[in-house]
Design a protein around this ligand. Structure first.
Ligand SMILES: [Zn+2]
Ligand SMILES: [Zn+2]
Length: 342
């Protein structure tokens, strides 16, 4: 089968290779990949900025159909449509973080798509606990966005604990920002979206999703104040990983507001810390998710409270991965999905 492989550390060394189709051991489930989304992390693995463990197949945001189950596997049958929780592929299982469900902090952890083989290929093997059924009525394209949606749900529902009737600012209209927007709207939170020059396409997408207003940050400021009785928003989500965006979040919050850091800066940035002091803000980080977050996201899907098809910009065959990566990098598309060729 064909696979998109990072073959050596450092910048580049990514290309399509022929790899052996995996055989299903007794304790595993074999999934035929339907779609795998391109994520910022994949771009960073390509550039060498994000640590990977080559040779390794990239791709960690995937959906597919179960084609085979090992003899010891119960309760999962071929034909099941599922998304895969790749981030728990390797963990120690016994440290304090594994025991509390916060596997992301396990020092032994290796996730699919950079630590171990991922899903930019035709078949993947999963443990049964990594398999999450995609509810009826939800497309495989939407299912492929379960992973980033769970990361957004961690930030919006579990870290920020957004409540109906609150107001929020999402700064950065990339895939993660728009997923946060969708979740905030589903919770009944009135939400503004701030972008940068060059975000036109994605800001339009934010308006189509139902944002109260979506514009470059400096244009949005007056509107936010007007709509919040001059006070500012209750919640801000930094989804761009840019210092200007962090400043926009701190400036837009009302006194005692909550900021959640969802994106990565990849470097040290100057911040007006006095805003945090004078407004008594709470600033929290949100990284990854737990398995419980995944169950929650599947419940939201099943309840019909969330549709994501409008976030799919384009679907490309795996062989056209370079074009897909380029579209993501140039911020012209919300989500780019790759699918394996038969
Ligand atoms: Zn991702
Ligand atoms: Zn552990």
């Amino acid at each position: 089968m064909k696979a998109l492989v990072k073959s050596a550390p450092g910048p580049g060394h990514v290309g399509i290779q022929e790899v052996a189709e995996p055989r299903c051991p007794p304790d595993r489930v074999k999934l035929e990949v339907a779609y795998c989304g391109i994520c910022g992390t994949d771009l960073h693995v390509l550039s060498g900025a994000f640590h990977s463990n080559p040779p390794v197949i990239l791709g960690h945001e995937f959906s597919g159909v179960v084609v085979e189950t090992g003899a010891d596997v119960q309760g999962i049958e071929p034909g099941l449509r599922a998304a895969g929780l790749g981030a728990t592929a390797v963990t120690c299982g016994v440290c304090r973080f594994c025991r509390s469900g916060d596997f992301i902090f396990c020092s032994q952890r290796k996730g699919m798509g950079h630590g171990v083989d991922g899903a930019f290929t035709r078949y993947v093997l999963l443990r049964p606990d990594q398999v999450f059924e995609i509810p009826r009525g939800i497309t495989l394209e939407e299912g492929a966005m379960t992973e980033p949606l769970a990361a957004a749900a961690r930030a919006v529902l579990e870290i920020a604990k957004a409540k109906p009737g609150e107001t929020a600012l999402v700064s950065g209209p990339g895939p993660m920002g728009l997923l946060c927007l969708k979740l905030l709207l589903a919770e009944g939170v009135r939400t503004f979206v701030a972008g940068a020059p060059g975000d036109g396409e994605r800001l339009r997408a934010a308006l189509c999703c139902g944002a109260l207003a979506a514009a470059p940050a400096d244009e949005l400021r007056a509107c936010v104040l007007e709509q919040t009785a001059g006070q500012g928003v209750d919640l801000a989500f930094e989804c761009a990983g840019h210092p200007d965006s962090a400043r926009t979040c701190l400036d837009s919050l009302r006194p005692m507001g909550r900021m959640t850091q969802v994106a990565i800066y990849g470097r040290e940035i100057p911040l007006p810390m006095d805003r945090i002091f004078y407004k008594q803000l709470t600033v929290s980080g949100s990284i990854c998710y737990t398995a419980q977050t995944w169950r929650r996201v599947m419940e939201l899907f099943a309840a019909g409270r969330l549709r994501l098809n409008d976030l799919v910009g384009i679907k490309l065959p795996l062989s056209e991965w370079e074009q897909g990566f380029h579209l993501c990098q140039s911020r012209q598309m919300v989500k780019v999905l790759l699918y394996p060729e038969k």
